[in-house]
Design a protein around this ligand. Structure first.
Ligand code: JFZ
Length: 600
């Protein structure tokens, strides 16, 4: 999905993600009683919090399910495909409430097999699931007394769809979570409508109402029903439109109905929750709080019959390894049909992931973030047990010369093995680094895992790019921190000897850290390729923003040097530079490397 200009949730992102974290950082810096109050639920000790989150931190992999009446139109209204993810169709096409409600007659759930869904999650190696109990269209999938716009009373399914799934999940040892859209509701009167002028007015007379009345008549009672009936392990709030601290404070006491519950950061009203929720992207580096990346397998959360843009199993497994290597969880979505079928393409991918997890699961479950800032060929996770640290190397690009270097590793290696076969690998030293002697063929087509038992803790020297003998600094794609959003996957592509960063999306940015020994001035030159004229980029250097237009090149892999101008490095040490597309008129580009050339 491409972020649309006006309805882009970018502002929301800044307000809910960046501001609170700035506030949190400030408060932490100030110390004092406020700091604790902002970051922890009241009166919970760090030990209690760790105990409450223990299962979730161990789990690493969960199933997200977006299921509702939107699966009937499945991305298409009045014969036209509707832009955006399919569960937003009512809002995007401004479908009148009465019309949208007729879709529920075809929401049959006739092939719904909650036992099979739970079994599939287990087979995939997942440890929990989170299902939409009510999305923004206001349709409750459970038997609700607070609104008859629910599966039992208003749909052809004529039954509670959540109860059997909760039972099936728990029977198999899965934790069970509920997604609930607490503020947006496009059917029940008074629910928030995202960005309408008065936010609750909507596009249909029947939607009118006061937001506070909606909260007390529908949202709060339904949250109470859900917590009481299903005792969910996770409560997954979403889109806090109009949620003030006062309104959020009506919800938080209800959570006491489910001791030990884990919540995310989307309630609103400055309630931090337990988990941050990067959506459709993986943060470039590890984060010092609990986080869960949620992602679609194609480009939609709810079922869209014409979206066939499936990610490969390899990409999904690399995303899982990438996320685990940064200390996060992966909540991977399926969007079942109105008849209650998980798309075949999703089932196939989940089964393939499960086959990999059966063999390599110990390199994911219960691991913590990589001790390496970057590895040229993949990712790493680690575990310490009884004083012994194990590193799990997730190799994406298997070396063709039979040598896998481990740059910066200073710990002594006790033993190196291929996880899948147990085959021992010889450890050799190569210049100042260690390397492993590995088979020429990659043992796994998706991600090959090598286990390193260390003698002592992981000691890693972070090697940042530095100037060469002539004072030139080269910032390559493999050392870059890639931030990508909204499914615009930023990836390394091209032959291994000449990789580049392909198609950073409009919301994406690329950053480097580098180290210099003293002050100096540099010309910033990026080697870029553009298909269309008019692509503009900004190089951000502290407060300095240097902008340049990327000239059209002869082909996607014909790179031209683009000068962004001069930067002044005030002192020796570690510095950062980043590249951001200029949003207006964003165009696809590729970036091979950045050169900092010394200037007099
Ligand atoms: C929300 C929903 O609107 C969407 O339908 C889906 O359920 C997803 C998991 O969550 O989407 C969001 C939420 C937040 C932002 C963008 C989309 N945001 O912060 O910009």
């Amino acid at each position: 999905m491409s972020p649309a200009a006006d309805s882009s949730p970018g502002y929301f992102l800044i307000m809910t993600r960046i501001l609170p974290s700035l506030v949190a950082i400030l408060l932490t810096a100030l110390g004092g009683p406020l700091a604790g109050a902002q970051t922890l639920p009241s009166a919970e000790s760090p030990e209690d919090r760790a105990a409450r989150l223990a299962w979730w931190r161990e789990a690493r992999f969960g199933l997200f399910i977006h299921w509702g009446v939107y699966a009937v139109p499945a991305g298409c209204y009045e014969g036209r495909p509707i832009d955006w993810t399919a569960e937003w169709i009512m809002r995007r096409a401004k479908i009148p409430v009465a019309t949208y409600q007729t879709f529920a007659q075809d929401f049959t759930a006739e092939n719904y097999d909650p036992e099979a869904w739970a079994a599939l999650a287990v087979e995939a190696g997942m440890k929990y699931m989170v299902v939409t109990s009510k999305h923004h269209d206001g349709f409750a999938l459970f038997d609700s007394k607070a609104s008859n716009w629910n599966a039992v009373q208003s749909s052809a399914a004529r039954r509670d769809l959540i109860a059997p799934l909760a039972a099936a999940a728990r029977k198999r040892g899965l934790r069970f979570g509920l997604y609930y859209s607490q503020a947006q509701d496009w059917t029940n009167p008074g629910g928030a409508k995202w960005e309408e002028p008065d936010l609750t007015g909507g596009w249909d007379e029947s939607q009118r109402g006061r937001f506070d009345d909606y909260l007390s008549a529908v949202s709060l009672p339904q949250v109470r029903e859900l917590l009481t009936k299903f005792q969910p392990d996770i409560f997954w709030w979403d889109t806090p439109t109009l949620m003030t601290p006062e309104r959020a404070a009506l919800f938080t006491p209800l959570l006491a109905l489910r001791p030990g519950i884990i919540t995310n950061d989307r309630l609103g009203g400055d309630v931090p929750g337990d988990l941050k929720t990067p959506e459709q992207h993986i943060p470039a580096t590890g984060l010092d709080y609990d986080w869960e990346a949620c992602m679609t397998m194609n480009d939609t959360w709810g079922f869209n019959r014409s979206d066939l843009n499936w990610k490969s199993t390899t990409t999904l497994l690399r995303n899982l390894a990438d996320i685990a290597s940064k200390g996060g969880n992966f909540l991977l979505n399926v969007g079942p049909t109105a008849r209650g079928e998980i798309p075949e393409a999703s089932i196939q991918r989940l089964r393939e992931m499960g086959r990999w997890m059966k063999v390599n699961g110990e390199s994911i479950y219960g691991t913590s973030a990589s001790p390496f800032k970057k590895l040229p060929w993949g990712r790493c996770t680690q575990k310490t047990h009884d004083g012994v640290t194990t590193l799990y190397l997730h190799v994406f690009e298997w070396p063709s010369d039979g040598r896998l270097p481990i740059p910066g590793l200073k710990s002594e290696i006790g033993r190196a093995t291929l996880l899948a076969s147990g085959e021992t690998l010889q450890v050799v030293s190569e210049r100042s680094d260690v390397a492993l002697v590995v088979p020429v063929e990659a043992p796994d087509p998706h991600v090959s895992v090598i286990t390193l038992l260390l003698k002592g803790p992981a000691l890693v020297e972070t090697i940042l790019p530095r100037p060469d003998a002539d004072g030139n600094l080269t910032l390559g794609p493999k050392e870059a921190d890639l931030h990508s959003t909204f499914g615009n996957v930023v990836q390394l592509a091209g032959p291994a000897h000449d990789p580049y960063i392909a198609h950073p999306g409009a919301e994406s940015w690329i950053g480097w850290e580098f180290e210099v020994s003293g002050a100096g001035a540099y010309e910033v030159i990026a080697e870029m390729a553009a298909k269309e004229a008019g692509a503009r980029y900004t190089a951000a250097w502290g407060k300095t923003k240097l902008e340049a237009e990327i000239p059209v090149s002869a082909g996607a892999t014909t790179f031209l040097p683009v000068s962004f101008g001069r930067i002044e490095v005030a002192s020796g040490g570690v510095h950062q530079i980043s590249f951001h597309p200029v949003k207006q008129g964003w165009k696809a580009v590729q970036l091979r490397r950045v050169l900092l050339r010394p200037l007099p």
